[in-house]
Structure formats: C-alpha cells, structure tokens
Design a binder for this molecule. Structure first.
Ligand SMILES: Nc1ncnc2c1ncn2[C@@H]1O[C@H](COP(=O)(O)OP(=O)(O)OP(=O)(O)O)[C@@H](O)[C@H]1O
Ligand SMILES: [Mg+2]
Length: 219
C-alpha cells in the first residue's frame, strides 16, 4: 500500500545542508497501523511530507498503491495524492476565515455535494464538533482544531491516512477518541502512518518504528 526505500532527504538552504532522513526504508500494508516514534528533529515531519507527495526526496523511492507520486506532473500528483491519502498536519493548516463545517469540506472543493455535507456532519458528530460547526478556528480550543484537521483529512474517505502528532494537543479522553478512530480505520482495511514523539501512541499500533537523527533505529 505504502512503501519507501532508501529514502534520503537533505535540505540545502542558504546555510548548512541538513540531512533530515538517511536511508530510510519502511512498508505499511493495507489494514496496518504503523507509528514512527522519535524525538524532536529526528525527521518525522520530513518523512510524512515525503510519503504524502508534498516534498520530493533527495534520493530513494516512494510508492503509494504501486505509484511513484514524484513520477507524475505536479498537477496529477496533487490529484493522485489528494484522493489516495488524507493528511493531518502538525500545525493544522485550517483556513482561518472558514467555519468548522467549511474547513472540513475544503477537500470537496467549491460547491459541496449533499454527500460531502452528510459525511462532514457524520465526522463532526463523531469528533464532538457539531456544536462548533459555525465557529471559525480562532474561536476553537487547540484540541478542537486538531479534531477538525483530522475530520478534514477523512472527508474523501482516503485509503491511507498520514498523521503528524494528531494527539499532541489533546487531553487523555480526546486522544483516546482519535487513536481508537485510527485503530478502527486500520481494522476496516485502511492504512495509517502516524508520527509522534509520544511513546503512548505506539500502544495502539500494530507496528512501531523508532526514528533517531534521520535513521530507523528499531522496528
Ligand atoms: N525546510 C528546512 N530547511 C532546512 N532544514 C530543515 C527544514 N525542515 C526541517 N529541517 C531540519 O530537518 C530536521 C528534521 O526536521 P523535522 O521537522 O522532520 O523533524 P520532526 O521529527 O518532525 O521534529 P518535531 O518533533 O519537532 O516536529 C531538523 O533538524 C530540522 O531542523
Ligand atoms: Mg514534526
């Protein structure tokens, strides 16, 4: 379902080059919930962006449902990755002037169909957001914003879910709701790749991978 081989990512900026990932290989099958755990700066977000088709690797290969997203034109890559994968960003990336419902509907583009609205309503119910449907992000708690970001990633019912610290700002009860949802998603045949610094999430995972300074140190 999702495979990366010998992935290396070197950021070359105006200052020093930073090797964020070095020779990372991993594979997550359909129905599998994988957690990559590592300290701050170990390359977790870099790995997720690379897998998600948002950041080209320096070398190595990425395969999503057998397709290398970087072999596609930027437009086709965006369409392919947008339908195959849902992405929960570490910093939410919610649209500040859209309310909760509209933020969740963003992946359905301009005019939401009835089906997308129904799906958005179901997700708001599931993540306890229905009473905040008409609030904009600045009127939400951090945990509520995190749940909106997760609901948005699930709108198009992707087969693969990539999540960057999806429980980082949640209390125990809400973290449990999110992690149980991810377990259920994988149990229903979905593929989950979650990255976190928090060892707690690995208890929910079928597969745990430790990342340290851009290297996989154990699996
Ligand atoms: N655009 C960039 N340019 C240069 N270096 C970068 C860039 N983005 C990240 N880095 C560096 O790459 C390394 C890995 O960063 P990354 O964001 O992937 O870590 P992380 O594991 O997600 O950390 P955190 O837990 O703090 O979110 C870090 O040393 C970081 O400073
Ligand atoms: Mg990160």
């Amino acid at each position: 379902m999702l495979e990366v081989k010998n992935l290396t990512k070197i950021y070359t900026g105006r200052r020093n080059a930073v090797t964020a990932l070095q020779d990372v290989s991993l594979r997550v099958k359909a129905g599998e919930f994988a957690v990559v755990q590592g300290p701050s700066g170990s390359g977790k977000t870099t790995l997720l962006l690379t897998v998600g088709g948002l950041l080209a690797p320096t070398s190595g290969s990425v395969s999503i449902q057998g397709q290398n997203p970087y072999a596609l034109s930027p437009e086709r890559r965006a369409r392919f990755c947008g339908s195959a994968m849902g992405f929960v960003f570490q910093q939410f990336h919610l649209v500040p002037y859209l309310n909760v419902e509209r933020n969740i509907l963003v992946p359905s583009i301009a005019i939401p169909s009835n089906q997308a609205r129904k799906r958005a309503q179901a997700l708001m119910d599931h993540f306890h957001l229905s009473e905040r449907a008409h609030h904009v992000p600045s009127e939400l708690s951090t945990g509520e914003r995190q749940r909106v970001a997760l609901a948005r990633a699930l709108l198009n019912t992707p087969k693969i879910l990539l999540a960057d610290e999806p429980t980082g700002n949640l209390d125990a009860e809400n973290a449990e709701i999110v992690l149980n949802y991810l377990v259920e998603f994988a149990d229903n045949g979905g593929t989950v790749l979650l990255v976190t610094h928090d060892a707690h999430s690995t208890r929910y995972a079928g597969k745990a991978i430790c990342l340290h300074a851009g290297h996989i140190v154990s699996e």
